[in-house]
Design a protein around this ligand. Structure first.
Ligand SMILES: [Zn+2]
Length: 314
């Protein structure tokens, strides 16, 4: 080896060494592209919402089944219908739905997109007020009667204390809500069989689709929200579906990977997640909320305790 080449190699080695020392002593550059994902409460990656409308007397059987399987539900009620034929009485509400969420569905079940603004406001507020009197807690969500909504309706309900509102536009997937006031569920629980009675081919198709989706949810390995909605009265009558409802409850119950939540419970949690305050380099975070929040940063899970600032060693 000639001397010039030796000098060149030595210089190159020295340059590399200086560079590596520099990169060790310099502070790490701020990283803006660190992937931060929400996990569900208790750090789980799956959540189940069960949501039923109308407050029919068949809710008694439904709630009993849910209690037997340790499941929680959100029940959307029409306060002016309570006590009329086929509906629960006002006196039953508080004890029946203990441990579940009572939520709004308007006072009289009109299609809100046909009403004037003042009537939309009346329907929503009158329902809230009466349900709050019956349950003794603030009622902060609703589902739209017939699933009907539009920008006009959403503008009318904004500012009325409604923090989420569910439509009936099934997504057939496990995604998170994009807009809490247009919250789309995953799938209607055996709804079609009720509208097309004695159609066995349709029946089996619907059941197969439903159980396929349930199996997909149970196997999912990324963040998955399974939002199932329906009406208890749909499982009565000639096309009796109670055995199927129970089969489904059994499939999804007592699973340590699943967070069982009401809709307002998940709404509060999502809001707490969204209000986390991260440092610029994502090495610290403050959780101002009263809920423990779980996040995944760079593939690693962290609990962020309520009202705490935490250092994140990801
Ligand atoms: Zn309804």
């Amino acid at each position: 080896m000639n001397s010039k080449l030796k000098i060149l190699i030595t210089l190159f080695g020295l340059f590399t060494l200086i560079n590596s020392v520099n990169s060790q002593t310099n502070t790490a550059p701020a990283k803006s592209n660190i992937p931060i994902e929400m996990l569900f409460p208790q750090g789980k990656s799956k959540a189940l919402i069960l949501s039923f409308d109308d407050g029919n007397i068949a809710d008694k059987h439904l709630v009993k089944l849910m209690n037997d399987y340790g499941l929680v539900g959100t029940f959307h009620l029409n306060s002016n219908k309570l006590g009329t034929k086929d509906y629960l009485t006002k006196e039953e509400i508080k004890s029946l739905y203990k441990g579940h969420e009572v939520s709004g569905h308007t006072a009289n079940h009109p299609s809100l997109n046909t009403l004037s603004k003042v009537d939309v406001i009346y329907e929503v507020l009158d329902d809230r007020k009466e349900l709050e009197r019956l349950t003794d807690y603030p009622v902060r969500g609703m589902s739209y009667p017939f699933g009907n909504t539009n920008d006009f309706v959403i503008e009318a309900i904004t500012g009325l204390g409604i923090e989420y509102a569910r439509t009936v536009g099934d997504t057939y997937n496990f995604s998170m809500p994009v807009d809490m006031l247009k919250w789309q569920p995953t799938i209607h629980l055996f709804g079609k069989t009720n509208y097309i009675p004695n159609d066995t081919a349709n029946d089996s198709r619907e059941l197969a689709q439903f159980y396929q989706l349930t199996t997909d949810f149970l196997k999912a390995n990324s963040l998955a929200l399974f939002y199932v909605w329906g009406h208890s009265w749909e499982y009565e009558g000639p096309g009796n579906k109670w055995a199927e409802v129970e089969k489904f409850f059994k499939m999804v119950s007592k699973n340590p990977d699943i967070c069982y939540t009401t809709q307002i419970g998940l709404t509060d949690y999502i809001n707490a997640y969204k209000s986390l305050k991260f440092s610029v380099d994502k090495s610290m975070v403050t959780n101002l909320s009263s809920l423990d929040v779980f996040v995944k940063i760079n593939g690693k899970a962290f609990p962020i305790e309520a009202r705490k600032t935490k250092t994140l060693n990801w």
